[in-house]
Design a protein around this ligand. Structure first.
Ligand code: SF4
Length: 312
């Protein structure tokens, strides 16, 4: 058996805290769930839903909503919170753009989220491959809105621009945690580089919605979370997602605490005052959770904002 996280073998053991009642995934193993599963398996597709062991999988797949993970199932980074396999990735699958486009078509998706593992081994961080996948998906599914959840393209120059040149609707890049915890939680990344990426994405393509997410429960303070909100707004991010960190194994970053649903509501109210077009804050919020409905809400919020400006 291959070890999923070879870099974590010598890490200390952090016991997993018992989940509170409000962390309950909905069990709805419907016909639609199995249809999604069949299409994913038959086309040899990788989803972050499975790779990251997402607690929302039965609910999302029952609504035929899956988040495709491109460029393989092996990540070149070793973030302390993430359950995606780490190691040396395989060559890119040149047929992947067609496979994703077909799967979106078969699932008849109104909205699709496409993410990837980090590919620091590739000169462009995989931006050209992202571009091809989005293009092929758009061509076969002109009515489907497309959201990408990208890596940070750290030290890859302006590679991120290639992704934005594809015809996409939402550019999502997760900031994940507060800057103080970066060296422990996201050692291969840089907080201000991620912020810069989000800011530059908006400068490069004013039309695209920008989105970013943070997990709480890693040891941050509430004030630090509020500071992240301000930082994201200064990068003109439209949509923030805030969810509870769940520790994938005893070798992952220790869970500091579970936030109560009321505390998520409090974050929701505070974030709204900061001027985000949309906020999603709840224990089970993940960056692609309800992404289809949220995209429509984003469009409505922008239209309302434009109407207000016209009447001023
Ligand atoms: S929240 Fe996202 S990652 Fe989790 S199951 Fe739903 S689509 Fe997949």
């Amino acid at each position: 058996m291959t070890i999923r996280h070879p870099e974590k073998v010598n890490k200390p053991i952090n016991p997993i805290k018992k989940k509170p009642d409000w962390i309950r995934s909905k069990l709805t193993n419907s016909k639609e769930f199995f249809l999604t599963k069949t299409i994913v398996n038959n086309n040899n597709l990788v989803t972050v839903c499975q790779e990251a062991n997402c607690p929302n999988i039965t609910e999302c797949w029952s609504k035929r909503h899956a988040t495709f993970m491109i460029m393989g199932d092996t990540c070149t980074r070793a973030c302390a919170f993430c359950d995606v396999k780490t190691g040396k990735p395989l060559e890119l699958d040149l047929l992947e753009p067609v496979k994703i486009a077909k799967a979106v078509y078969k699932l008849n998706l109104k909205h699709v989220v496409i993410t990837s593992v980090d590919r620091d081994d590739l000169e462009d961080g995989g931006s050209n491959h992202f571009y091809k996948v989005v293009k092929a998906t758009r061509e076969k599914n002109p009515e489907t809105s497309i959201e990408v959840l990208t890596p940070d393209f750290l030290r890859k120059g302006e590679a991120y621009k290639k992704v934005l040149e594809a015809d996409l609707d939402v550019f999502n890049h997760n900031i994940e945690t507060v800057p103080r915890l970066y060296t422990k939680v996201r050692p291969g990344a840089r907080y201000f580089a991620s912020l810069e990426l989000l800011k530059n994405a908006k400068v490069f393509n004013k039309k695209v919605f920008t989105k970013s997410g943070i997990m709480v429960g890693l040891g941050e303070t509430k004030d630090e979370v509020i500071q992240v909100m301000d930082d994201l707004r200064s990068a003109e991010v439209d949509f923030i997602t805030i969810g509870q960190y769940l520790q994938p194994s005893t070798k992952h970053h220790p869970l500091n605490r579970y936030y109560h649903p009321d505390e998520f509501k409090e974050f929701d109210s505070i974030a709204k005052t900061k001027g985000f077009l949309l906020v999603s804050s709840s224990p089970l919020t993940r960056s692609s959770y309800h992404a289809d409905e949220d995209f429509r809400k984003l469009q409505d919020a922008r239209n309302k904002q434009l109407e207000c400006h016209q009447h001023q």
